[in-house]
Ligand binder design. Sequence first.
Ligand SMILES: Cc1ncc(COP(=O)(O)O)c(C=O)c1O
Length: 373
Amino acid sequence: MTTPDYHIDDTSKLLSPSMIVFREQLERNLDGIIEIAGSADRLRPHCKTHKMAEVTKIELARGITKHKAATFAEAEMLADAGVKDILLAYSLVGPNLPRAVAFRQKYPDVTFIVTADDFENLKRLSETMVDAGTDINVLLDVDCGQHRTGVVSSEQAMERYRQIDELPGLIAAGFHVYDGHQHQVAYEDRKAAVREEFEKVLAMRDEIESRDGLKVPRLVCGGTGSFPVYAEYVDPTIELSPGTIVFGDASYTENFPDLKFPAAAVLLTRVISKPEGNRITLDLGYKAVASDPPAGKRAFFPELPDAKQVLQNEEHLVLETDRADDYQVGDELIAIPWHVCPTTALHAWVYVVENGNVTGEWEVTSRNRKITI
Ligand SMILES: Cc1ncc(COP(=O)(O)O)c(C=O)c1O
């Protein structure tokens, strides 16, 4: 593993706080993901981590043609970047139902897939599609123990899949198998837990196909922690959908030590004050780095690994460190976000660094919830 030193030749004109993508590291991470998957066509990465057309195009160039999204803006970003197979892994309700029609009309050559679990809502989706004279692929969302969405593998889940198949305007397109709760640090423990749930899904798939004669053409499986487990199965219908690992972050570096993927997206921050004693205050409030990790753990500072994060407001992060005297107002630090996905969404654009030089800026294309649809 080559860990970047996050060196930039000239930072004098770089705004802070800002996000910086180290392109070589991003490409190394993508190559590592493809290596674990076995081939690019087994992947369906989740774009919610980067939300950027430029990253999507780099993935496409590597042969990653299937992609996953959580919002219509992400789906639209993917389609505009040239993706022809898009899964919007989110139940469509309310005004999002007609947005699906608009998406189908704007991108008729894109295979568009959504997830669903609730029968009444499936009927509304079906009516919306029939009224518009179109159809949509639907994955049955299977609850593998996270208890966030989905139907637990069971007779009821099989019944729901049959209903998807029978409702007009809906195409039964497979199962969505996301297990974001599997956070065992030791890979073998994680693997055992993931396999235990997945075996139930496979049994359900086999029964639906043999007993009911229905097709389950795809199983979209996992996130960063679990996709290596699914990758071990030899089954052409399995698609692997990690998200975070494309950029990597401090949380997954700590929690998934088997995945040696250094962060490709970091934050540039500057000291704006030295209030007293051993404190330094950075321009890294929770409008620049996600606040969903617990206070005190919003980012990791490679140059100050022992610094304590004692206070954070919208625009300020106060560190306590024995090395406070080494820093003056205006000095720079690199911060690795604890949770990169919601951090990216706080930034309208990122700097891109290649070979130590800033070579451009990439728009965080689907940062907003709506592009045109
Ligand atoms: C439905 C779904 N699929 C895939 C992922 C990607 O998981 P990870 O971020 O662990 O790579 C997520 C993450 O939130 C998700 O919600």
